[in-house]
Design a protein around this ligand. Structure first.
Ligand SMILES: *Cc1c(COP(=O)(O)O)cnc(C)c1O
Length: 404
């Protein structure tokens, strides 16, 4: 797989951050573990800054990977954080991100979430009329004038996107049709209105879809800008950039996306001089910088097919297993990390240690002939891995996470 070609493997042993995989396993103190690569995180942010218009601010959505050391590192690379809970908010602030560059989204914000955000001076992205009332009340109680944004459910549907999160009826944000009335209420209240947030989708690999969505968002923001007065500090235009997980997927052509931006950026800049234009990303920033590593515990043959049984599984890396039964399950890019240049291959199934047939890490995959004790590696594991997997399922130990 091409992703593994971006790693060094002297003597056939995968290296991350200059350390061979077996040393990393010692450092982790166990398998399974996730390892995240600082240099890849830095390269990804640098690529975005190079290919996109330089004035665009890049925010990181902490939910993609909330490991504290990684969040800390991201704080030095990006311009802001998007958080979805009071817990993520504390992580963002602990990492040193100024509160004015942190915004909290989420269709269901508890009063603890809101008190935390208002108290800290973080921007609360309102997603309903009820949230507006709750935030104002909390602001009064705390003697703080809340900073609020408004999340808009757009009136367009992206053509294709791994996960649509805007257009049509949604639990996210308020419909753009409802925005004028809400903006009027916000203006009358004891609230600082600071920006719009339009999030249209996720895991999109088609540049045409991203370009069309960004153009739509820009048009929508131009329409709304007149209603917002001159207080618009920022416009968060969403993200949506995907990463290739499967053999049939190609990386997003980010050059094409960057080149198409001027068309909407020029009028938007003219209309909204001084407003920060933000793109927010989760998986695109961190997904390709992480590997999941587990150890081959057993190897057996059943009716002519070879099974590698590992100490990992879907309780740590749910998405690679196929999310409890994807319609069509596909393999993530995988490797035997200590046999990267082995000529002798075999076709096998790689499974986890859980007592369910759904616990599969690779089906019918051609790999170097592995032995018990080898290190099995799943790439594209930097986002939605540990924190998005059912780790309590079967009561095995948690995976360790290291950042190198
Ligand atoms: C989940 C989420 C993101 C991140 O999505 P990715 O696909 O990881 O880039 C960004 N913004 C919002 C509002 C989200 O809910």
């Amino acid at each position: 797989m091409s992703i593994f070609e971006s790693y060094k493997a002297p003597q056939g042993v995968l290296e991350i951050g200059g350390l061979p995989l077996p040393r990393l396993a010692e450092r982790a103190g166990q398998t399974p573990f996730f390892v995240y690569d600082r240099s890849k995180l830095g390269e990804r942010v640098a690529l975005l800054r190079q290919m996109l218009a330089p004035e665009l601010r890049i925010h990181y959505s902490i939910k993609a990977n909330p490991m504290p050391a990684l969040v800390q590192h991201m704080a030095s690379l990006v311009d802001g954080f998007d958080v979805a809970s009071a817990g993520e908010m504390r992580m963002a602030l602990d990492a040193g991100m100024p509160a004015r560059h942190v915004s909290m989204a989420g269709p269901g914000k508890s009063s603890q979430d809101l008190r935390g955000a208002v108290g800290a001076g973080v921007t609360v992205t309102l997603e309903s009329a009820h949230q507006l009332e709750a935030v104002e009340r909390i602001g009064r109680e705390l003697g703080v004038r809340p900073r609020v944004g408004l999340r808009i459910n757009p009136d367009f549907q992206p053509r294709s996107s791994g996960m649509r999160m805007g257009g049509g009826p949604r639990q996210f944000g308020v419909d753009v049709e409802q925005a004028p009335a809400l903006l009027k209420v916000i203006a009358e209240r004891d609230l600082d209105f600071v920006g719009f947030h339009v999030f249209w989708g996720s895991q999109c690999l088609d540049p045409g879809t991203v370009i069309a969505a960004q153009r739509h968002v820009a048009e929508l923001v131009m329409r709304l800008a007149d209603l917002a007065g001159d207080s618009l500090e920022f416009v968060n235009m969403g993200g949506g950039f995907g990463i290739p997980y499967f053999d049939n997927e190609r990386p997003l052509d980010i050059g094409a996306v960057g080149a198409a931006m001027q068309e909407w950026l020029t009028p938007l800049r003219r209309r909204l001089a001084g407003t920060r234009l933000i793109l927010e990303f989760g998986r695109y920033l961190v997904g390709e910088a992480g590997l999941y590593v587990c150890r081959v515990l057993d190897k057996k043959v059943s009716r002519g097919e070879t099974f590698l049984i590992t100490d990992g599984g879907l309780h740590h890396q749910l998405a690679a297993s196929g999310n409890f039964g994807q319609v069509l399950r596909r393999n993530y890019p995988v490797a035997i990390g200590n046999r990267m240049d082995s000529g002798q291959t075999e076709t096998c199934h790689v499974v986890g240690c859980l007592c369910t047939p759904l616990d599969r890490l690779a089906d019918n995959v051609v790999l170097p002939a592995a032995e018990i004790g080898d290190l099995f590696v799943v790439a594209q594991s930097g986002a939605y891995g540990r924190s998005a997997s059912p780790s309590a399922f079967l009561s095995h130990p948690l995976p360790v996470e290291i950042l190198v």
